[in-house]
Design a protein around this ligand. Structure first.
Ligand code: ATP
Ligand code: FE2
Length: 331
């Protein structure tokens, strides 16, 4: 079985093709980077519209798959930015109609989890999903992926991006902050905001920007932001693992590329006799392969979607999805 998946929730438009063993035959993408300021949904959607057809062609070419040999077409149904989501969905509908294949609408957050499970070999983990727009602690319970903790304001990647932009470093902020953090040595006190299994970052953003204006060394600030936010995320992940009795933690989302976060979470897991799993970087960031794989799981377990019901949902929650493919076996 072959599935082509289209991702287009935010900055990235991606097209992936996977088979039923989760072999990734193609995973092509293009990232919209605004010249200045934050992401403008319409501009990002225009970028996606300009690139999606050539990405589909490139993915088919790379995988040597004839579009008529595809079994199902999947797309990111949400959560995300309306115009971006609609662009991906339109492309998916057009392709599904052209080759007369079924369509599946995928929850983006669930897709981060499923590609991680399939490619790292973990079974029933707590997922720490950390990206620009999302920060959630997720685990499977009673037929659904439930959100046990999440950000009460902005996503952790958004904090890093806004800080980097605010101090003139550029975009995306995460890798730039990570690089500068290596030059820092002094731990500056920043708001540590954990409420149960929830976290909040906007107080830290304001404080860090103020400290920068006050002349604090940028390397020390980057170092301190990383130490503080990753400690917060490690704490809530550990709390979820302890309460749920899980001995696996899986990282996902673009911020999971960060070496310091990986090592902190790995250390926490090791200390409690648990295991940490991290997908390769290309599968941590937004990508089409994760949408294709989750679409394939959904289709294989009987999920069907008519074109007229394929409207995107900007606020599609992780726990709105019936996860009935667990019984079929995801790996
Ligand atoms: P979503 O729609 O899931 O919110 P997104 O648009 O934020 O996704 P991702 O590709 O999952 O896209 O993540 C991008 C984020 O990851 C950016 O905020 C970026 O700064 C951050 N990031 C990337 N690499 C690193 C890194 N090495 N360290 C920290 N953050 C990183
Ligand atoms: Fe994402």
């Amino acid at each position: 079985m072959l599935c082509l998946g289209i991702e287009s929730t935010a900055h990235t438009v991606g097209v992936g093709i996977v088979d039923d063993k989760c072999r990734i035959l193609a995973n092509e993408s293009s990232v919209f980077s605004p010249l200045k300021g934050g992401i403008h949904p319409r501009e990002a959607a225009n970028h996606h519209a300009e690139n999606v057809v050539s990405l589909i062609r490139a993915a088919l070419l790379k995988s040597s798959v004839d579009p008529h040999d595809l079994d199902v077409i999947a797309f990111s149904m949400g959560p995300g930015l309306g115009p971006c989501l609609r662009t991906g969905a339109t492309a998916a509908r057009a392709l599904a109609l052209a080759v007369d294949k079924p369509l599946v609408g995928v929850n983006h957050c669930v897709a981060h989890l499923e590609i991680g499970r399939a490619t790292t070999g973990c079974g029933n983990p707590v997922l720490l999903y950390v990206s620009g727009g999302n920060t959630q602690v997720i685990a499977f319970a009673e037929g659904r992926y439930r959100v046990f903790g999440e950000t009460l304001d902005i996503g952790v990647g958004n904090l890093l991006d806004k800080f980097a932009r605010g101090v003139g470093l550029g975009f995306p902020g995460g890798p730039l902050v990570e690089r500068l953090a290596a030059e820092g040595s002094e731990l500056v006190a920043l708001p540590y905001s954990v409420k149960g299994m929830d976290v909040a970052f906007s107080g830290m953003l304001t404080a860090a920007l103020e400290l920068h204006k006050g002349g604090r060394i940028l390397g020390d600030l980057c170092y301190s932001i990383q130490e503080t936010v990753f400690a917060m995320l490690t704490e809530v992940s550990e709390r979820a693992m302890a309460h749920l009795g899980r001995n696996e933690i899986l990282l996902g989302g673009g911020v999971a590329c960060n070496e310091r976060l990986r090592s902190m979470v790995g250390r926490m897991a090791g200390d409690r006799g648990a295991k940490a799993f991290v997908p390769e970087a290309a599968l941590c960031v937004d990508n089409g392969a994760m949408i294709a794989w989750t679409g394939l799981l959904m289709h294989r377990s009987g999920s069907r979607l008519e074109i007229q019901d394929s409207l995107v949902n900007q606020r599609f929650r992780t726990d709105q999805v019936d996860v009935n493919w667990m019984a079929v076996g995801a790996q």
